[in-house]
Write a protein that binds this ligand. Structure first.
Ligand code: ADP
Ligand code: MG
Length: 332
């Protein structure tokens, strides 16, 4: 059973009936539950609160000896990225922390990295829980968005363009080199490692795409799997131009199979993938320029359910023999 089947089978229950407004005042309604980058709660008629949780485990999501300051940064960055994916503005977060021991050097670094990115985004630490245990970090983040303005995974329609921000694949390259699965003759590790350990969440871009993007997701598990979630939730298919994919320049000399698997399935990119009507192309480009983000059109949404791949000439893309590509799945 894969990660997403598990969530669907054991944790996706029929939603409870909305509780009525009472003598104690109006009731908050659940506007969107499991299945998107954030859930949406509507406390009143004007705003929605976007909520998301991410869990980072030593040895699985990060190398145990990673620079604690970078880890503090990344712990919040991955959560900010989920708010960005909804077009929500960061407000506050809680921090669950399991530590094997009190290591003052580690705590100072972690706290510094976390505080810095929190300040940069005006996102307050408002509580949490601390316990002894194997190193793990669980953050729940809260953001807000005007009622009805959040960009969901479910809004893609045939004819829409598919866009990706930034470049893809450098974090996956770093992981492979650090794990010893790939040699590093060009000494790319130092640069690739910065992208892996200090991802920049696309919060400004996410906010600026309200009213322009029809669907959006952040790329945490690789384009293949994450775009797959958008297609499934929207009930559509997509045609992807492999030659247009914005692979990281650090992958320039990688073998084709390595390039494809890093770019399509690598994960940890924390870029935004979104769809928008073709009529909004100049709008999209403007938002990219305004926020200083490079944006690449990589394909189009089509009717059906399949994701298909073609080259720059429109011919079906021929993948190297034996290359198996799947999105990241913790239990896959
Ligand atoms: P993301 O990559 O943005 O964190 P995923 O695609 O991994 O989101 O998760 C799919 C959906 O499943 C999300 O809406 C997430 O909140 C939900 N989810 C994941 N784990 C659980 C769980 N244990 N209980 C309830 N919902 C969960
Ligand atoms: Mg996400």
């Amino acid at each position: 059973m894969g990660e997403f089947e598990l969530i669907e089978r054991y944790f996706t229950w029929a939603r409870l009936p909305a509780s009525a407004a009472s003598d104690f005042g109006p009731a908050t309604s659940v506007e969107l539950g499991i299945g998107d980058d954030c859930a949406l709660l509507a406390p009143d008629g004007r705003a929605e609160i976007a909520v998301s949780t991410d869990l980072l485990i030593a040895g699985r999501h990060f190398f145990e000896d990673v620079d604690p300051e970078a880890l503090g940064h990344k712990s919040l960055a991955v959560n900010l990225s989920d708010l960005a994916a909804m077009g929500a503005r960061p407000r506050a977060f809680t921090l669950g922390l399991a530590l094997p021991k009190v290591d003052v050097f580690w705590l100072e670094g972690f706290s510094r990295g976390l505080a810095r990115i929190a300040r940069d985004h005006g996102c307050d630490l408002i509580g949490g829980d601390t316990t002894r245990g194997p190193l793990a970090i669980a953050i729940t983040i809260f953001g807000d968005v005007p009622r009805g303005a959040a960009i969901r995974r479910s809004g893609a329609a045939p004819g829409d363009d598919v866009w990706v921000s930034g470049t893809l694949g450098a974090p996956a390259l770093a992981v492979r080199i650090l794990q010893g699965a790939l040699a590093d003759p060009d000494e790319q590790l130092t640069q690739a490692r910065v992208v892996l350990e200090r991802p920049i969440p696309r919060v400004a871009l996410g906010l600026s795409l309200r009213g322009t993007a029809s669907a959006m997701i952040d790329l945490s598990d690789g384009l293949l799997g994450d775009l797959g979630h958008v297609l499934k939730q929207s009930g559509v298919g997509a045609k992807i131009n492999v030659d247009a994919l914005p692979g990281s320049p650090l992958l320039k000399r990688a073998a084709p199979g390595v390039w494809l698997s890093c770019v399509l399935t690598g994960g940890d990119d924390y870029e935004l993938c979104f769809t928008a009507p073709a009529s909004k192309r100049s709008d999209v480009q403007q938002q990219g320029e305004r926020t200083g983000t490079s944006l690449t059109r990589v394909g189009e949404i089509v009717a059906g359910h399949a994701m298909s791949f073609h080259d720059g000439q429109g011919h079906a893309y021929v993948f190297p023999e034996g290359l198996v590509l799947t999105g990241y799945d913790h239990f896959g």
